[in-house]
Write a protein that binds this ligand. Sequence first.
Ligand code: ZN
Length: 241
Amino acid sequence: MNITYIGHSGFLLETDSAYFLFDYYQGEIPSVNKDKPLVVFVSHGHADHYNPAIFELVYQHPSVQFILPKGTQIKKYVLEYEERGTNLSEHLMLVKKNETYEITLSNETNLRITTLKSTDLGVAYLLDYKGKTYYHAGDLNLWLWEGENAEYNENMTRKYFTQLEKLRGKEIDIAFVPLDSRQGKHAFAGMESFLEYTNTKHVFPMHMWEEYHMIADFLEKHPEYQANMMNIERQGQAFLL
Ligand SMILES: [Zn+2]
């Protein structure tokens, strides 16, 4: 398994039989072999998670599939590509929150996609593929803020744990989970609970705004996760697992 950190919450995960691209918004997408299925996931429409430049992949990869939550702006891109003689719609799949979908990729392998409801906008994705489980949180996180009132933070906590409950005890091979320094003293809360609730082999912190010291800071408090947490240092970094 090969994972490339593209930037922010953007990763390319390559398995023996498929590519999964998550939340691309800037940086360089590594080149992909068009004989291997490519599935592109967008967790929600915010600009730091969704860059319509992903649709250009239809010209590099004829069987590419794009998975986006319902309500994400796509109509204008479908029309733009139509003018260029390209039917983007046949590559698109719109998903709802709290649903499970089974799709068959172009190499006849099956992918199960389960969506969770984000505590911000859109969804998180849980994927079951060829005996492995992958998770990309999008902006599903425990967004506690020092400047918010108690009611807001309590409400956020309730919403976060409602989703986390669905992952309780789950064996996850690779997870991508926010670790955002802007939250100050609350910055570790979402990651801590995620790692407590799940049985995650490898976790890639994300949404770090390039403040990679967050990883060392987290591990200083939680050395017990040293073996699980991947040490991201720069955009374009590749990890072989
Ligand atoms: Zn975001």
